[in-house]
Design a protein around this ligand. Structure first.
Ligand code: PLP
Length: 395
């Protein structure tokens, strides 16, 4: 069996998205900035795509800027809010310890440029509170950035409550909604967000396309200087095939949102129940306030990487929380922020499902995983120390 259970990393392009992209390569190939008919046909498609995003987010088309993906949208959102703050003498930014690196590393760059950043702690369930945000806001705070759903543990944040706190305090609010868009409902008015990032390849659209929502009164600072595309907010000829594919995928994901969640939630819960029945295993993040397709657990006494290789041999594509950066194996900053000790964080496994996963696949995963965990534990000197009592169990 071949099972793809790494949909938080990226998804398979949907048939609908592919069908929307195909004519843009050889039929409607004009430059949307050109005045001739082929150019205007392309411009019409571009406008239609923008309208699809606006409609599904309850935004206006003018409030949407297409980017090269979630990372660029995050960079531009933070840099725009920071520039606006600096002009008003406000250089304090609030975010959280478990953001995606596209946010955390941009904040580090802003710190080097003179901004002060407060990163909120993550409570044990992986859900920050609006109260934490309220307490951190200062007179010189220019921006709050809290992700909608965490990409590793899938926990969903109280965006509407945080939006209300920010609006009341007169502070801009950005949310990295890359994991949430197309998976949970998003209404930018109801949520009171000012800036929101999304990325097509996380909802069965193409890679390399994203969008940044910016409320009408929030001016964006261009990161790419060039022509007047995207109302001067992002230079460069638009990726029309990508943008049309992204819009078609988003429209489909939003239309099927409830049905997909109803399909995925029981599969997710079955996996969680089966995996946490393995001794010395813990679920990461709240069991209920999480994305319908996200499962993330830590197995004590094993290395996530070895687990991934053995799963891959069995045809199962999964992920471990720990990112292997430049050869050094650092445990995931998300799991550490959640309070997992280093040794425990190393034994993490993330399985992220999409509507393309079949129930039989869940059964197969639950059939092979306990054996692989036992096998790895038998080989592990650490597990031997835990079992003989030379080291205390942590979970
Ligand atoms: C994937 C992801 C990003 C980056 O998006 P890209 O389109 O791959 O640049 C940013 N934030 C979160 C939460 C993500 O999951």
């Amino acid at each position: 069996m071949k099972i793809y259970a790494d949909n938080a990393a990226t998804t398979r392009l949907s048939d609908t998205a592919l069908a929307a992209m195909t004519p843009c390569f050889q039929e409607v190939y004009g430059n949307p900035s050109s005045l001739h008919t082929p150019g205007q046909q392309a411009a019409e498609k571009l406008a239609a795509a923008r309208e699809i995003f606006a409609r599904n987010l309850n935004a206006s088309p003018r409030e949407l800027t297409f980017t090269s993906g979630g990372s660029e949208a995050d960079n531009q959102a933070l840099r725009s809010a920071a520039a606006l703050g600096a002009r008003r003498g406000k250089r304090h930014i609030i975010s959280t310890k478990f953001e995606h690196h596209a946010v955390l590393h941009t904040l580090q760059a802003l710190e080097r440029e003179g901004f002060e950043v407060t990163l909120l702690d993550i409570p044990p369930g992986g859900v920050v509170t609006a109260e934490q945000v309220r307490e951190a806001i200062r007179p010189d705070t220019c921006l709050v950035s809290v992700m909608f759903a965490n990409n590793e543990i899938g926990t969903i944040q109280p965006i509407a409550e945080i939006g209300a706190v920010c609006r009341q305090a007169g502070v801009l609010f950005h949310t990295d909604a890359v994991q949430a868009a197309g998976h949970v409902p998003i209404d930018v008015e109801a949520l009171q967000v000012d800036l929101l990032s999304l990325s097509a390849h996380k909802f069965h659209g193409p890679k390399g396309v994203g969008a940044l929502y910016a409320r009408r009164n929030v001016p964006l600072t261009p990161l790419i200087h060039g022509g007047a595309q995207e109302r001067g907010k992002r230079g460069g000829t638009e990726d029309l095939p990508g943008i049309c594919g992204a819009a078609a995928a988003f429209d489909e994901a939003c239309a099927d949102l409830e049905r997909n969640a109803a399909y995925l939630t029981p599969l997710r819960d079955k996996l969680i129940a089966g995996l946490t029945a393995i001794p010395h295993t813990v679920l990461n993040g709240d069991a209920v306030r999480r994305l319908p397709g996200n499962v993330n657990v830590c197995f004590e006494g094993i290395e996530g990487e070895s687990l991934l290789l053995l799963l891959d041999e069995k045809g199962i594509a999964a992920s471990s929380g720990s990112a292997c950066t430049s050869g050094s194996l650092d445990p995931s900053h998300v799991l550490l922020a959640l309070g997992r000790p280093h040794e425990v964080a190393h034994g993490s496994l993330r399985l992220t499902l999409s509507p393309e996963n079949r129930p039989e696949e869940i059964d197969y995963i639950l059939e092979v995983l306990p054996g692989i965990v036992s096998y790895l534990r038998e080989m592990s000197p650490v597990w031997d120390e835990l079992e003989t009592g030379r080291r205390p169990h942590l979970i």
